[in-house]
Design a protein around this ligand. Structure first.
Ligand code: MG
Length: 224
């Protein structure tokens, strides 16, 4: 157990359970002239994945799982592809930033397991380097980071070699003594959809005003 841990898998810390889990998924298509970066490691291949950042589909799935476990939304909320700051960004840095977001909310990444679906290239030789890179970014032991790679048996878009997908499950624990400060609603995505003009925006009809309550007539005291 990490020194940060609240200990045990049961009980509660502050508001809610001390141990929480989240799931993440991501997919990116191949593109010519791009580097292939997976799990923070550059993998030699004739194509890379298309994306706003380095398109590291493995780390993106892991970040979504971590944020989901902590109730902090998803990577689109924190690192939107509409923000030029993140163009070509290293997803390892985004993972480290995700770790900081967790800690600011009273959590730490405890454990994760990811599966990469890729018809090619063969990823098994790169898995140890991925585990080491991810563990370093999160400040946890490599034994707490699991990366598995599989093909899609020639099925679908992954099977046709059009891109790579990844799934991840993550466990986050509450930092000892912390009271998780998680917003009731996930942070809103920074607007990508066009904002409707005032002319188009419809006003929500107001509910009809309630009829005034009639007071019963006052009883006057009898005249003496
Ligand atoms: Mg992505």
């Amino acid at each position: 157990m990490s020194a940060r841990g609240s200990g045990g898998t049961g009980g509660s810390a502050g508001r809610g359970p001390a141990v929480r889990v989240g799931i993440g998924y991501d997919a990116h298509r191949f593109a010519e002239g791009r580097r292939l970066v997976l799990g923070g490691v550059e993998v030699p291949y004739d194509r890379g994945l298309l994306g706003h950042s380095d398109a590291d589909v493995v780390l993106h799935a892991i970040m979504d799982a971590l944020l989901g476990a902590a109730g902090l939304g998803d990577i689109g909320c924190h690192f939107p592809d509409t923000d030029e700051t993140f163009r070509g960004a290293s997803s390892v840095l985004l993972l480290a930033a995700t770790c900081s977001l967790l800690e600011a909310s009273g959590f730490f990444a405890a454990q994760l397991d990811a599966t990469v679906l890729a018809e090619a290239p063969r990823l098994a030789p790169h898995v140890p380097a991925m585990r080491a890179r991810i563990a370093e970014a999160l400040g946890i032991d490599e034994s707490c980071v699991s990366i598995k790679a599989t093909t899609n048996e020639g099925l679908g878009w992954v099977g046709r070699g059009e891109g790579i997908a990844a799934f991840a499950v993550a466990q986050v624990d509450v930092i000892a003594g912390a009271r998780p400060a998680v917003p009731r609603a996930a942070p809103a995505r920074r607007a990508k959809a066009p904002v409707r003009s005032r002319a188009v925006r419809k006003r929500r009809p107001r509910p009809p005003a309630a009829a005034p309550r009639k007071r019963p007539p006052r009883k006057r005291p009898p005249r003496r």
